[in-house]
Write a protein that binds this ligand. Structure first.
Ligand code: AMP
Length: 113
């Protein structure tokens, strides 16, 4: 998608600190981290959110989740980590390209607020 920030990061057109790449996903550090480890995992295919991914091809979502666990392992988050997928305005989604936040390195309480 021409005007999508995360498509441009995935394509290498906008700089980001890349953590890992697979055939179908890119993982990079969030520019405004809320935890010591804060990595975003995005699909290379443009889908706006989780609902759209599941409608287009559930494998897109499965690949993102699988990669979140791999990133957590790579980042040494053996004591625990949180995966967050904000979906829609009420959830606070601000970038409309599916992304999962991988958060770790501190205690994350529940409910999140
Ligand atoms: P969300 O609120 O779930 O849509 O999350 C969007 C996330 O993207 C926020 O945590 C932002 O800090 C992050 N973000 C925005 N622009 C960039 C960027 N250029 N590089 C890395 N992370 C970004």
């Amino acid at each position: 998608m021409n005007d999508c920030l995360f498509c441009k990061i995935a394509a290498g057109e906008i700089p980001a600190t890349i953590v890992d790449r697979t055939e179908t996903t890119v993982a990079f550090r969030d520019v405004a981290p809320v935890s010591p480890t804060h990595v975003l995992v995005v699909p290379t295919t443009h889908v706006a959110n989780l609902d759209e991914a599941l409608a287009v091809d559930p494998a897109i979502a499965a690949d993102v989740i699988t990669q979140c666990a791999r990133v957590a392992e790579m980042e040494g988050l053996a004591d625990g980590y949180r995966v967050v997928i904000n979906t829609g305005s009420l959830a606070g989604q601000t970038v409309h390209h599916l992304h999962a936040h991988v958060l770790g390195g501190r205690a994350h309480h529940w409910p999140p607020g």
